[in-house]
Ligand binder design. Structure first.
Ligand SMILES: NC(=O)C1=CN([C@@H]2O[C@H](COP(=O)(O)OP(=O)(O)OC[C@H]3O[C@@H](n4cnc5c(N)ncnc54)[C@H](OP(=O)(O)O)[C@@H]3O)[C@@H](O)[C@H]2O)C=CC1
Ligand SMILES: O=C(CO)[C@H](O)[C@H](O)COP(=O)(O)O
Length: 473
């Protein structure tokens, strides 16, 4: 076989097949391999005009032989041990200068480890986060690259070419070394969980609290998609609410079990936030909500034992403008927490993450793409190191919409409609504007039981409280 390909790709599943077609379409010949050969055959049978730029391989040896050295081979397989197995199988076939690119949703710590392991090996390694689902992978994803500048120089042209564009600017950029790209993708997914959860909470308020039917819910999302909330997730929520069940008729949503799956990136975001001691309660609430959603039997039992709350709201308690405003506030608070986490990670790991650039490459291609991210990019550029809630226009937007968020959380709580993410956002915001909180009590308790000491407000030296004066009563 002629050495025609510039790139190789392993894993022709949902993402890999679409990404390979995208790469070929942008003019880069690519060799492809899939564990199950019939999948490769089917992929080639459906390749149409792109077939001349796609080289199918039936083995890893064939794949490697079909790529012009120095090779760049993309892995698009499930995160975890499969990636290690692929690297192990590939490495003896590679030579100096060849590059393995893990484009799946790897845990950033695994990417750091694989990066270290590649030192002294024949191959080089880098990890990139790709977002946009199948459609994005096919026509333009957002790409969060981790690696060395030299690696970015090598593959950046192709990655920019296949990425989504916003006002002509590619949504692909170097985030930092090692696992930085996968870390940013992980936080992207954490924000995705929170964005989805808050939308689901407004859906519950419309369905159960306000008695809206699916058409009215769809109309509401469609209207919101023309305003400040304009985003991919609001757009698809409208489409989902409009969809009709092909089996039983009626709204598709009414036929779907209320238990959401998860592959782990949201959970990892929460775990890493705890390690960094950074507060991302909206994302945490969203992950907890998915865990709880899966407890279908326990929730049914709870309703039996304790009785279900009525859930319907008093007439005129809420309107869709108030819900929209609450969602605007919740969304800003959630992104403020996500970017705060990225800033902390950047300091902790010495990554120098390009914060405005992260917002820029999220403006298109990825699942959380939204109009608001354009303003976030400008706000982060104009206010380096500042939390988004202290940067205009977001300070103004939070001030304008906070009362609606409070109204929605109060109304939902009164009716027994769970709104954990919206409530977590509000609670975080309340804490962020409370100059004298209650942790003086925690300090005192810790000192009382564990002699941990405390800091006084007046700065005076007093290592322990009077409870440690054994002569006192
Ligand atoms: N789906 C999405 O929206 C997104 C997914 N991702 C990430 O992209 C990666 C791929 O996801 P996706 O395309 O959805 O997954 P799919 O399940 O659609 O495809 C998985 C691919 O990996 C191959 N594979 C699975 N197990 C093995 C194995 N043990 N050895 C070799 N090959 C194997 C499969 O081959 P075979 O045909 O033989 O089973 C298939 O080609 C994951 O890391 C995912 O988290 C990232 C962004 C979005
Ligand atoms: O990365 C993605 C989108 O950005 C994938 O679709 C991912 O699978 C979403 O996470 P989960 O499966 O946990 O909902």
């Amino acid at each position: 076989m002629d050495n025609l390909a510039h790139f190789g790709l392993i894993g022709l599943g949902t993402m890999g097949a679409a990404l390979a077609q995208n790469i070929a379409e942008k003019g880069y010949p690519i060799a492809v391999y899939n564990r199950t050969t019939s999948v490769t055959d089917e992929f080639m049978a459906n390749a149409g005009d792109l077939a001349p730029r796609l080289i199918p391989a039936k083995s890893l040896e064939e794949l490697v032989a079909a790529i012009t050295p120095p090779r760049a081979i993309i892995l698009m397989v499930p995160a975890g041990p499969v990636v290690d197995q692929q690297i192990e199988a590939l490495s003896p076939l590679l030579q100096d200068g060849d590059l393995i690119i893990d484009a799946g949703n790897a845990n950033y710590a695994d990417t750091e480890r694989r990066d270290r392991q590649s030192e002294g090996e024949t191959y080089d390694f880098m990890g990139i986060g790709v977002s946009g689902g199948e459609e994005g992978a096919r026509h333009g994803p957002s790409i969060m690259v981790g690696g060395k500048p030299a690696q970015w120089d090598r593959v950046g042209e192709m990655l920019r070419a296949i990425s989504a564009k916003y006002d002509g600017e590619p949504c692909a950029a170097l985030m930092g070394p090692g696992g930085a790209g996968h870390f940013v993708k992980m936080v992207h997914n954490g924000i995705e969980y929170a964005d989805m959860q808050m939308i689901a909470e407004t859906y519950a308020l419309m369905r159960d609290g306000m008695g809206f039917d699916a058409t009215r819910i769809a109309e509401t999302f469609e209207a919101w998609n023309k305003g400040p909330l304009a985003s991919y997730l609001i757009e698809i929520s409208g489409k989902v609410a409009r969809a009709v069940d092909p089996i039983a008729g009626g709204p598709m949503l009414d036929a779907i079990l209320d238990a959401a799956g998860q592959k782990g990136t949201g959970r990892w975001t929460v775990i890493e936030a705890q390690k960094l001691a950074v507060a991302i309660p909206v994302i945490e609430a969203a992950v907890v909500a998915r865990n709880l959603s899966a407890q279908v039997a326990a929730r049914a039992r709870g309703a039996d034992v304790f009785g279900a709350m009525p859930q319907s709201l008093p007439k005129d308690a809420l309107d869709t403008d108030t819900l929209e405003a609450a969602l605007i506030a919740g969304k800003i608070l959630c992104y403020a927490q996500g970017f705060d986490m990225l800033g902390r990670a950047s300091e902790e790991f010495g990554w120098k993450l390009p914060m405005p650039e992260i917002a820029r490459i999220w403006r298109n291609g990825c699942i959380i793409r939204s109009e608001m991210l354009n303003d976030m990019a400008s706000a982060l550029a104009a206010n380096p190191g500042e939390n988004l809630i202290f940067a205009d226009p977001f300070t103004r937007l939070v001030k304008e919409n906070e009362a609606a968020l409070r109204k929605v959380v109060i109304a939902a709580t009164g009716a027994g409609i769970a709104v954990p993410a919206l409530a977590a956002g509000l609670s975080w915001f309340d804490a962020m504007r409370t100059p004298r909180g209650s942790a003086n009590m925690i300090q005192a308790q810790r000192d009382f039981f564990g002699a941990h000491g405390y800091k006084r407000l007046d700065g005076k030296d007093a290592p322990h409280g009077p409870w440690w004066d054994k002569t006192a009563g």
